[in-house]
Design a protein around this ligand. Sequence first.
Ligand code: BGP
Length: 459
Amino acid sequence: MKLFPENFWWGSATSAPQSEGASLQDGKSPSIWDHWFKTEPNRFHNNVGCADASTFYDNWKDDIALMKQLGHNSFRTSISWSRLIPNGTGEVNPKAIDFYNNVINELIAHEIEPFINLFHFDMPMCMQDKGGWESREVVEAYAVYAKTCFELFGDRVKHWFTFNEPIVPVEGGYLYDFHYPNIVDFKRAATVAHNTLIAHSKAVIAYRELKFDGKIGIILNLTPSYPRSQNPADLKASEIADWFFNRSFLDPVTKGQYPTGLVELLTEHKQLPETVEGDSTILKQGIVDLLGVNFYAPRRAQAPKYARHADAIFMPELFFDDYVMPNRKMNPHRGWEIYEKGIYDIAKIIQNEYDNIEWFIAENGMGVEGEEKFNIDGQIQDDYRIEFVKDHLTWLHKAIEEGANCRGYHLWTFIDCWSWANSYKNRYGWIALDLKTQKRTIKKSGEWIAQVSKYNGFE
Ligand code: BGP
């Protein structure tokens, strides 16, 4: 039997925009997702937006009862800024307060610890109109929004997160064109990243000033960077990819400063973000109590095959090429490599290079396109997901035995949910969602995890 530490967090994660629905109801204003879908629906898989998502706004009570059936002792979702404060600043929406109070209280009544995240890719459109994360006015508005959340719910919520995967809106919105506002400009991307970190720090400062007895953290998508070979050029390529995609956020939130190598590289290429005097002091105050780690797939890098043209647009890929390792293990339904040991490698990096800070797996999971084909007699027989989770937990268990300070495992996600431009393409849930009827049915993996949670481990 592989047993996990006492009080290990078993649960799952979702976000407000991906689960709530009611996206323009009861006073909620549009987020960038509502706006982008309205203006360019063709950018979304099968032209489906998040207006209904998985109807958690209406079904929260029954859904929380289902969580209990899955053996959850913890659950992460986010608060929608555009629901709570529809104008971005100023008046707070009483219907939103009621909704989040109901959710939090119901979770606690079921002995499910609420883990609450403040921002999951969902900038209110009125704040994007002011410049989004490029604007310091928006950073200040976010800090007030964060403080409002702590004051409203901090008496009961003991685990807070300022952001989920803050690098993704940088990549999607300002580098690779898969999120609104579809800008491709590294320097602006760097400013967005920097301002996000300032916003994070300001929220941490506000939380500490209020002196609640909870913890505050951030959730980062960490993808260990593996070089193709030990050739120095491959090692360098992999190290640079690691600076850009992992340490750019990990170092500031754990050490209060950016990695020196990254700063030197951006200085050399004149790509440093815009900053304001005093920023480095603010960054130092954003060191977290708790780190959430999302892990799906590794990143493999090799030295660039071809020299870049002198006028090439500045991108992280100037310094490395992605490496497709022959015979890698794939999730053919999603197109991502499966590398279970990655979870162990992350644990080792945190243990050895980041002071063994308290952390947990905040997302891990297996997306499957066309999962309906595995439906037998009304239930999704997702043995592949059971195997995927078991293999990752096996490596996590080994890391914990070797001293990793990992406190829990949350699957992405609870019920199949809407996923940005991929819409409902990839299904991830412990519970299947029938899009036509909104009926929820526990998958085979959901029954399995209930047992794992009950025995705090597996054979
Ligand atoms: C993570 C996000 C989640 C979710 C998940 C699955 O990066 O935090 O919000 O979207 O990825 O993504 P996809 O549907 O693209 O496979």
